[in-house]
Design a protein around this ligand. Structure first.
Ligand code: DGJ
Length: 532
């Protein structure tokens, strides 16, 4: 009892609460290892080859039954599985975890892991997944006001909503710890989904107006000052352009207009969700993250959820607490690499709970895991594309075979991933003193339209590559020339390299190029030799 009282006191003071029982028991946690932050499960790094279900699939166990084995056959090891507040607390204080237990059980039978997606106060900016007892009590659970009207979005400024959500989430995490604290089927929790005010740049309820007219919390300005150099450039510029003030009202510190509205809303959502996550972690401290609806550049906040963890306000989220471990893009944009870089920075590891699957996903996963040391990858609506011939499945199976090595090389920082097409047909990088010139595959006058892959250093003058549609030449700055000694195709079984054909002749362009032809994803090793 005394411990609980102390815990509440710590939570109220905003003190970071150590995860209870997860890490100590081999439970899922994040660890900074060399050049990467990795998910550690049962003492070993774990690469999530995942996919997110459509919103409603996991609301019914019968519906899910045939889906698990299909996803496993496609090479997934993890499923991002929606779980809604309305289904686990249909009446206030009456929890029903039968669905949670059933999903965990089904996942185990299919040898899958789960990332649960806590659809609670917000989903795509709206509040459709809150229980009816919350939705109908508009006095107790205040709504956002836009253009003079209440809308069906619960306000992040309402303490009663924060408390009800946090209580339910804590009960859920308590239960997950009870049923999964040893087996670790559940790897991480996504807190809410794509939050932010849709329809206006900020909440204009009287509570929001009052807070907006008041002072910026010193916790936020102190964070900006302490992290000045590392802040995301847009936020740093906004703060500096307005005098880099240590105190003042929101408009004094961040200026007038939509940008200050977005910063203000980011603080409100962040405070709410940091506290929900902290209450859950106090029960079971597995990693927790937040996902983000991404706008195209120059879209005004409100046309996308204003206050969500966009790169330009992610520091505001971080200033509000440490219970949320990282921030994620829902990445459907064409400039995939750029968005990955915007999120993989300043200690934030990359995981995208939602992205494109199919041929695009089959390529992008190599960049995300290889170049950006991603924790995992997760196309949306995954059950719709599960099938033997799906290109994503081909990529996942090849990556699963090299996963232990890839994880080692992520920490060593000697792995590169790349995406090539006719517009960007080559890329160079240097590893172990050798420069690799990677370009679209081409032989006998025909050129691949696209290519993708990743390459890891594999000891001195040797490399391991996975992918298709590219070729590689090598050079050094030592004055010596580099030749291709041998190329082998192969695979890994229980971590051991099983060599297949020796590729010489057309397959390595008669010794000119290390080639990955465009027809299928291949795994190959190359050994080089040097000469004068
Ligand atoms: C993003 C949301 O986060 C998902 O739940 C889903 O609504 C997709 N968009 C639909 O494309």
């Amino acid at each position: 009892m005394r411990n609980r009282t102390l815990l509440r006191l710590f939570l109220c003071l905003g003190v970071a609460v150590l995860p209870l029982g997860a890490q100590q028991n081999g439970g899922p946690h994040l660890e900074k290892r060399g050049a990467a932050t990795q998910l550690i499960v049962d003492g070993k790094p774990f690469l999530m080859l995942s996919g997110e279900l459509h919103n409603s699939s996991s609301s019914n166990l019968e519906y899910m039954k045939p889906i698990w084995p299909k996803l496993a056959a496609m090479g997934l090891n993890t499923v991002v599985t929606p779980l809604s507040w309305e289904l686990i607390e249909p009446a206030e204080g009456k929890f029903d975890f039968a669905l949670v237990d059933g999903l965990i059980d089904q996942a185990r039978q299919a040898h899958e892991r789960i990332v649960f997606l806590w659809l609670a106060t917000w989903k795509n900016g709206k509040s459709s997944y809150a229980p009816v007892w919350v939705k109908q009590d508009t006095r107790r659970f205040a709504r956002v006001v836009e253009h003079g009207n209440e809308v069906e979005i619960l306000s992040p400024l309402c303490a009663a909503t924060g408390e009800a959500d946090a209580r339910a989430f804590a009960a859920l995490m308590h239960h997950i710890k009870e049923v999964d604290g040893t087996e670790h089927t559940v790897l991480m929790m996504q807190v809410e989904n794509e939050v932010g005010v849709l329809g206006d740049s900020r909440d204009r309820s009287s509570a929001a107006d009052k807070a907006f007219a008041g002072a910026v919390p010193p916790q936020l300005t102190a964070y900006l000052a302490a992290h000045r150099e590392g802040l995301y450039p847009d936020l740093r510029e906004l703060w500096i352009a307005n005098g880099a003030k240590a105190a003042g009202t929101w408009t004094e510190v961040f200026g007038e207009g939509e940008r200050v509205d977005e910063v203000f809303m980011a603080w409100q959502y962040a405070r709410f969700m940091q506290s929900v996550a902290a209450r859950g972690k106090a029960e079971y401290g597995i990693p927790m993250y937040v996902n983000t609806w991404l706008p195209s550049d120059n879209t005004p906040p409100g046309e996308y959820p204003s206050g969500g963890s966009q790169p330009r306000v992610v520091d505001v989220w971080r200033a509000a607490g440490t219970a949320i471990d990282f921030y994620s893009p829902d990445l459907y944009a064409a400039n995939f690499e750029e968005w990955c870089q915007r999120y993989h920075r300043d200690g934030n590891p990359l995981y995208m709970p939602e992205t494109r699957g199919g041929a695009a996903g089959a390529a992008n996963v190599f960049y995300a895991l290889g170049e950006e040391a991603g924790l995992g990858f997760s196309p949306f609506g995954i059950e719709s594309e599960a099938g033997d011939s799906d290109p994503l499945g081909e990529s996942y199976k090849a990556l699963a075979a090299v996963a232990p090595l890839l994880l080692e090389h992520q920490t060593a920082g000697d792995v590169h991933g790349f995406l090539l097409d006719r517009e960007r047909s080559s890329v160079d990088f240097t590893m172990n003193g050798t420069t690799l010139h990677v370009s679209l595959d081409s032989i006998f006058g025909g050129q691949a339209e696209s290519g993708f892959g990743l390459i890891m250093a594999d000891g001195k003058d040797a490399f391991l590559g996975v992918g298709k549609g590219f070729r590689v030449t090598f050079s050094t700055s030592s004055g010596l020339q580099v030749g291709i000694g041998a190329v082998e195709e192969g695979n890994f079984a229980d971590g051991k390299w099983i060599a297949g054909r020796r590729l010489n002749g057309d397959e390595d362009d008669q010794g000119e190029h290390w080639r990955f032809d465009p027809r299928q994803v291949r795994t190959e090793k190359v050994t080089l030799y040097r000469f004068e």
